[in-house]
Design a protein around this ligand. Structure first.
Ligand SMILES: C[S@@+](CC[C@H](N)C(=O)[O-])C[C@H]1O[C@@H](n2cnc3c(N)ncnc32)[C@H](O)[C@@H]1O
Ligand code: SF4
Length: 373
């Protein structure tokens, strides 16, 4: 479920997020989500839903009753598994923290908080609306209300030193329970950070320092018992985000809301869906035709093979060469596998899966490109 609105646009963010001004009828807007859920359920009926993810944008700006309406609509159209994971992304301002209890009563059982930093200056530079104190209080409050709580930090920031990160991450892991997402800052085109970077006003770490940041992150998280299960995600074994694993294991998922992507199995064929990105145009499409789809394509075998590599190689458990062959209609390129193994970037695990090694992770994109069709 993509909720596209934010209280302010952060200068580094290229997610489909918008600040809306003027009057907004949330109840009417939610009707479009319910319509799109209905339409999607007609395409893929008889499914068991194992996870729901409210992502954004800032879903914690939603009214709790809107969250509840959406969860109810999903449970009417599909079967929810007994242990369904329902996550909501929340920003840690006090206004949003005040809603945690109501959000839990609406059915959410996991929250992912966008803390980003536990230091005052970087928070301001990242354009965040919360303080360090707000963030710590929000994490602690969330931990007292929800069974499962994760939070996000951004590292390898302009001017940050390894030593500063070591201290910040250690503090963060003392606060965290069983899951944390750690993202190296990426300069995305179209953002204010991109313009600043191009103008030479952001001092970003070079390739070598970035690799050191990454290695340090792995080392500290492992010492706290939260190893990486994906390139930016760390969890105690068993506490991985089930929802994210569905993407990376190339499962089936429906994308609802503006700018949402889905992969649906219809008549045995995997379809890629995406919806109109602009929030109010999406609403208009849904009102007119029942869904906001702007893409609805059956994927070729080659495309499925490439997508499986792109998603699956982010995981520590890697990809299954047998599943790759079933999806792609051809075997993995043996010459490339041999070469990448020889230079230590990939390895074959005992269960036969192929995974990227610690040495290969910093150059993951190049490894995927080498193996892709
Ligand atoms: C959909 S966003 C944010 C959800 C929520 N609105 C928030 O800001 O906390 C998910 C996460 O992506 C990360 N992120 C966004 N842009 C990034 C960038 N350019 N580089 C690294 N991480 C980024 C942030 O850590 C953020 O919490
Ligand atoms: S980082 Fe979060 S709050 Fe900031 S613009 Fe992106 S989605 Fe919105």
């Amino acid at each position: 479920m993509h909720w596209p609105f934010c209280a302010a646009k952060c200068p580094y963010c290229d997610f489909n997020s918008h600040v809306h001004r003027g009057p907004f009828d949330e109840d009417a807007y939610i009707e479009s989500y319910l319509t799109e859920i209905n339409q999607t359920a007609q395409l893929v009926p008889d499914r068991t839903v194992r996870s729901i993810f409210f992502g954004g944008g800032t879903p914690s700006l939603m009214q709790p009753q809107s969250v509840e309406k959406i969860i109810n609509a999903i449970s009417t159209k599909w079967q929810l598994s007994n242990d369904v994971e329902i996550t909501l992304e929340a920003n840690p301002t006090s206004v949003e923290a005040d809603k945690f209890q109501a959000i839990r009563l609406a059915g959410v059982n996991r929250v992912s908080l966008g803390v980003q930093s536990l230091r005052t200056e970087p928070l301001a530079a990242l354009g965040r609306l919360h303080s360090v104190d707000d963030a710590i209080k929000a994490v602690e409050l969330a931990q007292s209300i929800f069974d499962r709580v994760s939070y996000d930090l951004i590292y390898a920031r302009p001017n940050q030193t390894l030593d500063e990160w070591r201290q910040e991450l250690t503090q963060a892991l003392n606060l965290a329970r069983d899951h944390i997402s750690l993202y190296a800052l990426t300069i995305e085109s179209g953002t204010r950070y991109y313009d600043l970077f191009r103008a030479g006003k952001l001092k970003m770490p070079d390739g070598e320092l970035s690799a050191q940041f990454y290695e340090l992150t792995q080392e500290i998280c492992e010492s706290f018992g939260l190893p990486a299960y994906e390139i930016s995600n760390h969890a105690m074994p068993g506490e991985e985000s089930r929802h994210n694993l569905t993407y990376w294991q190339y499962g089936e998922y429906a994308g609802i809301g503006p700018g949402a992507h889905g992969r649906l199995l219809i008549d045995g064929k995997r379809h890629a869906t995406s919806t109109e990105r602009m929030p109010f145009k999406w609403d208009e499409y849904v009102s007119k035709k029942g869904d906001g789809f702007v893409e609805f394509d059956a994927l070729t075998a080659g495309e499925q093979g490439d997508e499986y590599l792109l998603m699956g190689l982010r995981l520590k458990t890697g990809i299954s060469p047998i599943r790759f062959e079933a999806l792609a209609g051809q075997k993995l390129k043996q010459q490339q596998v041999d070469h990448l193994t020889e230079i230590g970037f990939v390895q074959i695990l005992e269960d036969g899966n192929l995974r990227v090694t610690d040495k290969g992770w910093p150059v993951l994109d190049a490894v995927v490109a080498d193996l892709a069709a």
